[in-house]
Ligand binder design. Structure first.
Ligand code: SF4
Ligand code: SF4
Length: 635
């Protein structure tokens, strides 16, 4: 790890520390040991600054301090090189979410036309709402919603039906005025790749507007359809009680880890485990990691074992019989670690193989045979138990945390309803106006190996809670938050300011619960779209723009291209958007200026870059206060 900012005493989760030590004792290298490879990053040069271009064979061209050059061979400036690369990374993130949406929509389509029989519709009310909201016609609602979604992915004219449905009218007008309304995912991502090849778009500002457009592709061709269709197929999340942390892995059971992002397979694996357990005395313990872990926690209450950074550590326990991977954020090194133990890595997606995984352990998932494939995988885990060496099992004696999750918008409204059945949003708004809730911040995204595990997430969350800012969150933040205790329903509400504590206590009491967690876990990365639904409701209630609300977004430990795409969508929405590091563009001060300043005049939102969570907290709190004052609210 390079340059940790955390005090040496800072620990999110002692089990993580102990398993890191265990790995090192076994000469197993982990993500913290291998990277970041930051020699040049520290000097602010080369690729880390967005100044290396590989777009054609006249290069590679490296500008800036490393070479003293200010133009590439073709004449491209630092501004153009950095902007092109940023556009490509946002396109990569948007593509990830668009493919997630495609998988969900194709499953729904198969259910609707009868070619897929292993799934059914779980939330008919939501299906009907989507059908109406998307302006669908025809007798078969599921088929119409699936086709509208697939049409959006393939659309090359007009705006996505999902954008028309989910974005508020003020935003749509603003985006239309800026000329950034997208067509469909395929066309926009393809065009982004085209315009960023050598000799096409050589205007940084023009490229930056494409970045904003791709943020909308991410939101409305990716996150919204993926999340909502999954709700239709698997149920809209409601409150779930579970345990969090690596020590949910149980030495007395067969352990099966599900990891990745798309819950289509993992939903079936959880069912197959239940079926297996009903007829076997030695039970299977299925636990989740990464965003697949968040998805199965939110809908099925599956215990989350940890974040993207902890995947290798789960295997280091020596007690994992199988780790089943779908797509995204699965570190390929899991196979190298698995080879030191008996663990089988099972890859399942036709587009996502890992070198070293034996061919028989690449079990391609097909929705038409979902149940049978899930049962096959579960049996592999069960059969592998006999290969476990008891002497190599190390599960730290650190109890997992009790957590509460499952806060979909519907669940939040449901929890507020007993306070005001006729107008459930009113208690929330009244408390914001009265400054019991100073504001709302969504902390989202990944975990970084650039700092002590979870330091930025925990520090920022703590500081915001202390100032009565309601923290909602998703992604790997939620794993860290769960392991640290922010998702535990503790009536003492540690770290929570008095005003927010009173509000959370009142909601808990109205729902006959001893307490609510300090922070609300809203799901996986694609579930960030749920936060927009909340913002639209609050902005609509107060009749103001989202950019006027005392709210902000933060990804203090972002690492993935998806996080850059989500952040850009947040800026499109008008949010003050904190990110915990330069997204490899620092070599272009002009591009940095556009994204951290000028863009505010266009969308009302902007990026704010800060690695230090203490400083970030201070700035975010000041921003929230500024917005309160502008609305005439006290601070
Ligand atoms: S596109 Fe231009 S800057 Fe990039 S490698 Fe080719 S010549 Fe160099
Ligand atoms: S939060 Fe980031 S690292 Fe974690 S699973 Fe999602 S995209 Fe991957």
């Amino acid at each position: 790890m390079c340059h940790s900012q955390a005090p040496s005493s800072f620990v999110v989760d002692p089990a993580t520390q102990q398993l890191i030590e265990r790995a090192h004792n076994l000469n197993i290298d982990l993500v913290w040991d291998r990277g970041p490879l930051c020699e040049y990053a520290h000097k602010g040069q080369g690729g880390a600054a967005g100044l290396c271009c590989f777009r054609c064979q006249m290069g590679p061209c490296t500008l800036g301090g490393a070479t003293g050059k200010n133009r590439g061979a073709c004449g491209a400036t630092a501004d153009v090189i950095a902007a092109r690369d940023l556009v490509r990374r946002i396109a990569g993130g948007a593509a990830s979410h668009a493919e997630h949406a495609r998988a969900a929509a194709k499953t729904l389509k198969g259910v609707a036309d009868g070619t897929i029989t292993d799934y059914d519709i779980k939330d008919h009310a939501k299906l009907h709402a989507l059908y109406t909201g998307l302006g669908c016609t025809g007798m078969n609602e599921a088929l119409a919603v699936a086709e509208a979604t697939l049409n959006d992915l393939g659309r090359d004219e007009g705006t996505p039906a999902w954008l028309n449905y989910k974005a508020n009218s003020e935003r749509k007008q603003t985006w239309a005025g800026l000329g950034i309304l997208p067509t469909g995912a395929g066309a926009e991502i393809s065009e982004a790749m085209h315009r960023t090849t050598m000799g096409v778009d050589g205007d940084m500002v023009h490229l930056a507007t494409d970045a904003l457009k791709l943020g909308l592709v991410d939101g409305y061709c990716g996150m919204h359809p993926a999340t909502n269709i999954q709700d239709v197929l698997f149920g809209t999340p409601s409150v779930k009680f579970a345990k969090a942390g690596l020590t949910v892995i149980d030495r007395n059971k067969i352990n099966l880890v599900i990891t990745g992002h798309e819950p289509i397979l993992s939903e079936k694996i959880v069912d197959a485990v239940e079926e297996y357990n009903s007829s076997h005395s030695l039970k299977i313990n299925v636990v989740g990691m990464c965003c697949t872990g968040n998805e199965t926690l939110m809908r099925k209450g599956v215990n989350p074992a940890g974040s993207m950074l902890q995947q290798e550590l789960a295997i280091v326990t020596g007690a994992v019989e199988a780790m089943v991977a779908d797509v995204q954020c699965i570190v390929p090194n899991v196979q190298r670690v698995a080879e030191k133990f008996h663990t089988k890595i099972i890859t399942t997606n036709p587009h996502a193989k890992i070198a070293g995984v034996p061919p028989e352990n690449h079990i391609e998932f097909k929705t038409e045979q979902a149940g049978a494939i899930a049962r096959q995988i579960v049996q592999i885990a069960a059969d592998n138990y006999s290969n476990r060496a008891a002497s190599r099992v190390t599960i730290p004696a650190v109890p997992p945390r009790d957590i509460v999750a499952g806060f979909s918008v519907e669940q939040i409204v449901g929890a507020l309803t007993p306070l005001n059945p006729g107008n459930p949003l009113k208690p929330l708004i009244d408390n914001i106006v009265a400054n019991n809730i100073r504001g709302i911040v969504g902390i989202v995204g990944c975990v970084t190996p650039r700092d002590t595990y979870g330091y930025r997430h925990v520090t920022l969350t703590k500081r915001l809670l202390e100032q009565n800012i309601l923290v909602v969150g998703t992604g790997c933040w939620a794993h860290v938050a769960g392991q640290y205790g922010f998702l535990t329903a503790d009536p003492a509400y540690p770290h929570v300011g008095a005003g927010l504590k009173a509000v959370l206590s009142a909601i808990a009491q109205a729902n006959n619960l001893p307490a609510l967690p300090a922070c609300l876990h809203m799901g996986s990365c694609v579930d960030n779209c749920r936060i927009e639904d909340v913002l639209n409701a609050v902005a609509g209630y107060l009749n103001v723009k989202i950019s006027q609300l005392p709210v902000a977004a933060s990804a203090p430990e972002f690492i993935t291209e998806k996080a850059v795409a989500i952040g850009t969508w947040a800026v499109d929405l008008g949010l003050f958007t904190h990110i915990g590091g330069q997204p490899y563009i620092s070599g272009s001060s002009n591009l940095v200026g556009v994204l951290t300043d000028a863009v505010e005049g266009l969308t009302g939102g902007k990026f704010y870059v800060e690695t230090d969570p203490e400083k970030a907290a201070e700035t975010i709190i000041n921003k929230v206060n500024e917005k309160r004052l502008a609305l005439g609210l006290s601070i």
